[in-house]
Design a protein around this ligand. Structure first.
Ligand code: URA
Length: 200
C-alpha cells in the first residue's frame, strides 16, 4: 500500500534528470570521463547512500559503486537485510576525476544541484554519507569522519547518517567491523522511521 505521504515519483521528470547528468558538460570532468554516473537504485527502503566520485570501474560502466568499494558496500547492505535495488546509490560528483584525484570545489559546486534534485525527488528517509568528503559536502564542513561516524544528523528537512567510506575500510580492514556496527544502527533507524510511513 502506498501511504498518502509516500513521494510520487514523476517518471518522466526523473528520466530527464538522469539524462541531463549523462550528457552534462557543466565542468571539465566531462572531457576526461568515459561515462558519467548518475546513480542507481530506488528509495523503496527509504535509504540513500552518497559517496565521493566514481572510480575507474564506475567510469567505464556508468554505475555507482560497482568496483571493490561497491562490493563491500553491497555486502553491508545485504547485512541489514536489503538488496541494492532497495537503496539509491550515488555520489557527490557524478564524473570521475582523472586518476581518482579529489574533486575540486568548482566541480562539486557545479554538480551538487543534481544530487539536491535527486534527493528532492526520491525523498529518502535517511541519507548515509560514506566518508569525509560526502559528510563535509552535505552536512558539516569542520568535523572529521572519525568524530561523527555512527551518528545521525538532522539538517533542513533531511536526516543524515555518517559512516566511513568502504574504500577506506578496504585499506584499513579493522574498520570493516566498525562499519558493520554502523550499518546495524542505520538499518534499525530506517526500519523504525520508514516502517511507520508504510502504515500511515
Ligand atoms: N568510490 C566512490 O566514492 N564512489 C563510487 O561510485 C565508487 C568508489
Amino acid at each position: 500500500m502506498t501511504s498518502p505521504e509516500a513521494p510520487v515519483l514523476d517518471a518522466a521528470e526523473w528520466d530527464d534528470l538522469q539524462r541531463d547528468i549523462v550528457h552534462c558538460t557543466r565542468c571539465g570532468l566531462c572531457q576526461t570521463r568515459t561515462k558519467s554516473v548518475p546513480g542507481q537504485g530506488t528509495c523503496a527502503s527509504g535509504l540513500m547512500f552518497v559517496g565521493e566520485a566514481p572510480g575507474g570501474q564506475e567510469d567505464v560502466q556508468g554505475e555507482a559503486f560497482v568496483g571493490p568499494a561497491g562490493k563491500l558496500l553491497t555486502e553491508l547492505v545485504h547485512g541489514i537485510g536489503l538488496q541494492r535495488e532497495d537503496v539509491f546509490i550515488t555520489n557527490i560528483v557524478k564524473c570521475r576525476p582523472p586518476g581518482n584525484r579529489n574533486p575540486h570545489d568548482v566541480e562539486i559546486e557545479k554538480c551538487l544541484p543534481y544530487l539536491r534534485k535527486q534527493v528532492r525527488m526520491l525523498q529518502p528517509t535517511v541519507i548515509c554519507t560514506l566518508g569525509n568528503f560526502a559528510f563535509k559536502s552535505l552536512v558539516q564542513e569542520d568535523r572529521s569522519i572519525s568524530n561523527v561516524r555512527g551518528q545521525f544528523f538532522r539538517k533542513g528537512a533531511y536526516t543524515f547518517f555518517a559512516t566511513y567510506h568502504p574504500a577506506f575500510a578496504i585499506r584499513n580492514r579493522e574498520f570493516i567491523d566498525v562499519m558493520k556496527r554502523d550499518f546495524a544502527l542505520l538499518g534499525q533507524k530506517v526500519r523504525s522511521l520508514h516502517g511507520n510511513h508504510h502504515h500511515a
